[in-house]
Design a protein around this ligand. Structure first.
Ligand SMILES: *Cc1c(COP(=O)(O)O)cnc(C)c1O
Length: 433
């Protein structure tokens, strides 16, 4: 495989961009490679600067559930751009977007648009603290909620991949009110709340953890969090930046039937443009300025390009049978991967929920951060490199999800499974377990 031009671009990038990338997990370090540079993408296909073509399972880390350059999204953005790229003055599209969100997401009565998932979680947390008048927040090990200071504690892939515990630049004082507990362990939450329940503003959780690989919630975990939050008067925040509009029209809260007080959205809601949102019960959302005294603002929030792209994406997801088809494809792929691993005699645990999946190179079930960390990252690196050679682009880290989308055809899935058989053979030859 020729990567000359990508390598050359990476060298150029490294001179002017730290590490050559604008977000760390793109760098390829965790899989012992330099990144490919994308020239163009359509459907489930990426083309890099050397002309190599890949079946893409990263989908821009989740937003592109309908594939790259979907004609309806591209046309919506083109049309909106011709009428102005940003106003900083209200426009009708913002209402239509809010209505779509309120219609679909069961617990949301009012919603505010922001520009990224990070902004959504930061704002939701501020709101939870403002609403309850309390300081403490409970999160879970391996859950990622963006790179905001207070939530950057034991937070999954980016940090996991590079072995940074939290981050320099975040003062201890800022995280002194953040408690991070094991995912899927309700008894720990109960114990901690018995001590600090009356000071706890919120419990924030990824309803399916998808930033330490993919770790589904154990039956009863989300229900238990709901019950404990009610008992202590803390707000339950679902970070649905990945799961929103992906697991079901109403996200994980619809899929599992557990309603949070606040929900954070991002990724799919922007159709590939930089967007986030947070919403919840009217009573809580009305605490936000200008109605209430909790402040949050944004020059480009609700801008017409992002609203158009997002509305087009949500429109595509209204088509009949979309979610069933995503689930079927993913189940097919997961079954193929399981069989390939068995045939190659490589221990792989494939977790998946709806169209989110992850294969851990491990013998043991993965149900929290600790068990995720036991997977063999060297084996993943070999697997990643071989898949790339065979034209399949996976996330360049063991601790990320693969995203199945509407643009993956059965042929693509079959080719992926075939590539995996070869790649797993290579893993068998090169790695000890
Ligand atoms: C991606 C992600 C975020 C951060 O969103 P950005 O748009 O990258 O700031 C927050 N929470 C979860 C669960 C995510 O997957």
């Amino acid at each position: 495989m020729n990567m000359d031009r990508s390598r050359q671009l990476f060298e150029e990038a490294c001179r002017v961009i730290p590490g050559g990338v604008n977000s760390p997990v793109r760098s390829g370090r965790a899989v012992g490679m330099t990144p490919i540079f994308v020239k163009e993408a359509a459907g489930c296909r990426l083309v890099d600067e050397d002309g190599n073509v890949y079946i893409d399972y990263v989908a821009s880390w989740g937003p592109l559930i309908a594939g790259h350059s979907h004609p309806l999204v591209v046309e919506a953005v083109r049309e909106a751009a011709s009428r102005g790229t940003s106003y900083g003055i209200p426009s009708e599209m913002e209402i239509r977007m809010a209505e779509e969100v309120v219609d679909r997401v069961p617990s949301i009565e009012m919603v505010r648009m922001v520009n990224s998932g990070t902004e959504a979680t930061m704002s939701a947390l501020r709101l939870a603290r403002g609403f309850t008048g309390r300081k403490k927040v409970i999160k879970f090990n391996g859950c990622y909620h963006g790179h905001g200071d207070c939530l950057l504690v034991s937070s999954g892939s980016g940090i996991l991949t590079f072995g940074i515990p939290g981050s320099p630049g975040v003062p201890d004082e800022v995280v002194q009110h953040t408690l991070s507990l094991p995912y899927n362990d309700l008894s720990q939450v109960e114990k901690v709340l018995n001590e600090v329940g009356e000071e706890t503003a919120a419990v924030i959780v990824e309803p399916v953890a998808a930033n330490m690989g993919v770790v589904p919630p154990k039956p009863g975990f989300l229900e238990g969090l709901r019950r404990l939050c009610d008992r202590w008067g803390a707000l339950l925040i679902f970070d649905e930046v990945i799961t929103g509009f992906r697991l079901a029209p109403g996200g994980a809260q619809e899929y599992f039937g557990v309603l949070p007080d606040l929900t954070c959205l991002g990724k799919i809601i922007g159709g590939g443009l930089p967007v986030g949102a947070y919403g919840g019960r009217g009573e809580i959302m009305k605490k936000m300025a200008p109605l209430g005294n909790v402040y949050q603002a944004g020059t480009l929030s609700g801008n017409p390009l992002a609203m158009s792209a997002g509305l087009a994406m949500l429109g595509i997801l209204k088509e009949e049978g979309v979610y069933e088809s995503l689930e079927e494809k993913t189940a097919y792929l997961v079954q193929g991967l399981d069989q390939a691993a068995k045939a190659a005699q490589v221990p792989v645990v494939v977790n998946h929920v709806a169209s989110l999946g992850c294969g851990f190179f491990s013998r043991e079930p993965v149900d929290d951060f600790e068990s995720a960390l036991k997977s063999n990252t060297e084996a993943y690196a070999v697997f990643f490199q071989e898949m790339l050679k065979q034209g399949v682009y996976l996330a360049p880290s063991q601790f990320e999800a693969f995203f199945v989308g509407l643009a993956h055809g059965k042929d693509d899935l079959d080719r992926t499974i075939e590539a995996a058989m070869q790649a797993l053979k290579r893993v068998r030859e090169n790695c000890a377990f």
